[in-house]
Design a protein around this ligand. Sequence first.
Ligand SMILES: Cc1cc2nc3c(=O)[nH]c(=O)nc-3n(C[C@H](O)[C@H](O)[C@H](O)COP(=O)(O)OP(=O)(O)OC[C@H]3O[C@@H](n4cnc5c(N)ncnc54)[C@H](O)[C@@H]3O)c2cc1C
Length: 293
Amino acid sequence: MKKENITFIGAGIATAYALLRITQILTEQPINIPFRVRIIDKSPDFFAGIPYGDRSGKAVLLINALNNFLPPDERLLFVQWLDERKESLLDEFLEHGGEQAKIWVENNRPFIDSNNWNELYIPRFFFGRFIREKTVSELSRCENAGLIEMTYTNGEVLDVNKETNLFKVILKNEISIYSENIVLSIGSLPTRKIFKEELIIKGHGYLVLNDIYNKNLSFNIGLIKEFLRSRNGKATNVLVIGANASGLETLYSFVDHIDLNDKITSYTVLSSHGLMPDSDIDYEKERTLSQNL
Ligand SMILES: Cc1cc2nc3c(=O)[nH]c(=O)nc-3n(C[C@H](O)[C@H](O)[C@H](O)COP(=O)(O)OP(=O)(O)OC[C@H]3O[C@@H](n4cnc5c(N)ncnc54)[C@H](O)[C@@H]3O)c2cc1C
């Protein structure tokens, strides 16, 4: 029976940064045989997670300015990386974004040209591209040096059991994986479904999307556009349930696509706090966060 030394469940940025640390330790203190690492994610989009990878697409922005997002050392490396690729990244952003993307680039041009990114709320996929490239390159360096043996599994984990001195990871496709150590890094709790269990519910005069990242955000924006076309100009109201990052970027995507926004009669957001993120700016947090990270 093959067993892993360590298995990561979930391949978002928490896993990416943990792996970067592991590659650093293995390089400084090599062991005799390759360290066996398995990464499992239910999405094929490894190392960027929902926020910075393909599921949220290429048109959405960070919910904080860059200087409140990354600690100084990592920010410096990221900005160097960004400066070398900024024009092609901006082209991709404009290609996938709408009106708001054009406005963002126009307004921030002076900062971008002078490589002054710290105060900007940058497109999130820029960071996803950076962390993915960095993680893949470090892992392949260590694999080539015989320090690590990687296995990637695309599948959903249903359960983990302890069996004597091993963990048994049970996947939805009934395959089991055995590992000495487990790191659970699955990010946010699973989305709670409302009304029915299906992810997409089309009814007479309504459309319910139970997970805006099911497939990806732009796929769901496409479904909404199709629904609006079928309304033939009738009044259409939008209810967004939850007002954190995903609620915020759903609204942003509506506004970014003018053809969509023009057909909406009203927006209502339901949230337990009655506030969107950062609608009440915490100036003390803004001043101290980057020093305290
Ligand atoms: C839309 C959105 C926008 C955000 N924007 C920002 C921002 O601008 N700034 C900021 O600081 N923070 C932001 N966040 C917060 C964000 O959650 C964290 O910054 C960070 O991405 C968390 O990393 P993670 O690796 O813990 O989780 P994730 O990045 O969520 O990764 C978890 C991974 O686990 C996988 N997974 C989950 N369950 C299973 C399972 N059962 N089996 C197999 N795989 C599984 C998922 O597919 C996913 O790839 C945002 C979050 C969201 C959802």
